[in-house]
Design a protein around this ligand. Structure first.
Ligand code: HEC
Length: 172
């Protein structure tokens, strides 16, 4: 359709130029242009836009240590984390296993469960198990308290530590 119309105009323009142009008004090309109903071409299926590649968060490991204060502990998740402590601890009051009862441990003075055979390191550390101290201790117990008998590598994930502390706070 458009091509035809353009050709018509082009032809008229050429004829007009050939016959002296501006002096002679061109005949109305519209009348001569056959109106052909061009078959409507089916709209080409637009290819689905490729899914934008997921933005890869440039999550370089933070060099600065994550502070306990910057985290929010989740007690329910902490109960699952506590499964790793269960080999040696229970949270019931007065029940010691390989490790002392962790009932009301948050805020407790280290080595204070009567009748539990603590190591000298733990008993004499003078530490109070505040949330912040537990957060540091639980990352690497033997590093924080050289000589401890707690044979546990530690919880590397700061969030796991915050969660287990939130759980322990509910057991008091
Ligand atoms: C392999 C056994 C074992 C595992 C696993 C273990 N502990 Fe212990 N834990 C101990 C022992 C033994 C002690 C006593 C350490 C000492 O006397 O030196 C202890 C001591 C502690 C203390 C000090 C308590 C006090 O009265 O001074 C805390 C707090 C503690 N553990 C928390 C945890 C938590 C939380 C976990 C799990 C993330 C855990 N422990 C996993 C064996 C374990």
């Amino acid at each position: 359709m458009r091509v035809l119309t353009l050709s018509g105009f082009t032809l008229v323009a050429l004829l007009t130029t050939a016959c002296g142009g501006a002096d002679k008004p061109a005949e109305t090309p519209a009348a001569e242009t056959p109106v052909v109903a061009a078959p409507v071409a089916p709209a080409a299926e637009a290819p689905a836009p490729a899914a934008a590649p997921a933005t890869v968060a440039a999550a370089a490991p933070a060099p600065a240590a994550v502070t306990y204060a910057s985290l929010t502990g989740d007690a329910a998740k902490g109960e699952k984390v506590f499964a790793q402590c269960k080999a040696c601890h229970v949270v019931e009051a007065g029940k010691n296993r390989v490790g002392p009862s962790l009932w009301a441990v948050v805020g407790r003075t280290s080595g204070s469960i009567a009748g539990f055979n603590y190591s000298k390191a733990n008993k004499e550390s003078g530490v109070t198990w505040s949330e912040d101290v537990l957060f540091t201790y639980l990352e690497a117990p033997a590093k924080f308290m050289p000589g401890t008998r707690m044979a546990f590598g530690g919880l590397k994930s700061p969030q796991d530590r915050a969660d287990v502390i939130a759980y322990l706070k509910t057991k008091a």
